[in-house]
Design a protein around this ligand. Sequence first.
Ligand SMILES: Cc1cc2nc3c(=O)[nH]c(=O)nc-3n(C[C@H](O)[C@H](O)[C@H](O)COP(=O)(O)OP(=O)(O)OC[C@H]3O[C@@H](n4cnc5c(N)ncnc54)[C@H](O)[C@@H]3O)c2cc1C
Length: 323
Amino acid sequence: MTSFTYHRPSSVREALAALADPGSRPIGGGTDLLPRIDDGLVQLSRVVDVRDLPGASGVELRADRSARIGAGARLADIAAHDGLRAAFPVLTEAADAVGSPALRHMGTLGGNLGQRMRCWYFRRGVACFKNGGSSCAAYAGEHEYHGIIPGGTCHAVHPSDPAVALEVLDARVEVTRADGTSRLLSVSELYAGAASDPTGEMTIAAGELITAVELPPGAAGGAQHWEKVMQRGAWDFALVSCAAVRRTDGAVRMSLGGVGLGPWRIALSVEEDVASGGLDEDSIDALAERAMYDAEPLARNGYKVDIARAVLRRAMRALGVQE
Ligand SMILES: Cc1cc2nc3c(=O)[nH]c(=O)nc-3n(C[C@H](O)[C@H](O)[C@H](O)COP(=O)(O)OP(=O)(O)OC[C@H]3O[C@@H](n4cnc5c(N)ncnc54)[C@H](O)[C@@H]3O)c2cc1C
C-alpha cells in the first residue's frame, strides 16, 4: 500500500479546500476506498474524512413529509430511523439489505453511492475499460453476475442497494462544488455517465462532494416495496433488486438494481400502465415482459432476466394494482 495522510476537516469549506488537491479523495466508512487503495487500484496522497462535517450525519424530517439525509449518515442509522421507516420504508429496507451489520455501521450514504463496481476483473486490476484499457474482460469471460441492460463498454453492475430505492423516491443528491455552491442531481443524472466514464460511475468532478440527499414528500404515505434477490441468504450483493412506489398522487415508479451500471428505471409507459390499476394476472405478466423488452443478457446471465420479471410481478402485486 502506498502511504497517504488522513485529514479530518471541521467544515465543508475546509473539506473542499483539501479536496482541491488532485491526490485527495473523500472518505466515509472507508469500506470500499481503503481496500481499493490496498489493492493498488487507486493511488492517493490524502483521504478527507467527511463523516463529522456539520450536519453530515443528520436526518431531518420536515412537516411536509420531505426529508434531508446527510451524506455522512451511516446506513445502520438510516435503516433504524423510525421517522424514515414510517415515510420511506423502501429506503430503510434497502439500507438494511446492505452487506452485513458491520458494513452498515461503518458505511455512509455518500460512500455507498460512491462505491465502485464489484466486477472481479476490475477489482483484480485487469486492464479493462474501467482500469484504463479499452475493452470489457467480462464480455467474453466470467459474467454470471454482470449486467443485462446494454450500455457502454463495461458490463459491470453498480452494487448500491440504497441508490435503487432513492431513484423511485425521486431523490435529489446534493453535490457541493469546490466554490461552495451546490446543485441537485436525480439518481439517473448521478450515474448518467457511468457507462462511458472510465474513471468512475458518478457524474461528479474531482474536488466535489456529495453533502446530502433530499427526499421529496410525494411517496411518503403511498405504497412502497423493496426486494433483493441474492445468491445466498445474507451478506451478498443483489443478483437483482427491485424498488417500487405508488405515490400518493397515484403515479408509479419501479427500478431494478443488479442489472446495469446504475439503478435501471423501467419504461415510463410500463409504469403508467401499472399505475392505471385493475390488473389481472395476465396483465401483470405482460407488463413484466414488456418492462424487460430491452434487456440484452450476456451468454451466461440470461437467468437475471427471469428474476427481474419475477420481482417486477411481485412488486406490482405489492403496490395493490390488481383488479
Ligand atoms: C463484503 C461487502 C459487501 C457489501 N455488500 C453491499 C450490498 O449488498 N449492498 C450495498 O449497497 N453495498 C454493499 N457494500 C458496500 C458497503 O456496505 C458500503 O456502503 C460501501 O462500501 C461504501 O461506504 P463507505 O462509507 O465505507 O464508503 P468509502 O469506502 O468511504 O467511499 C467509497 C467511495 O465513495 C467516495 N465518497 C465517500 N463519501 C463521499 C461523499 N460524501 N461524496 C462523494 N464521494 C464520496 C469515496 O471517495 C470512495 O471513492 C458491501 C461492501 C463489502 C466490502
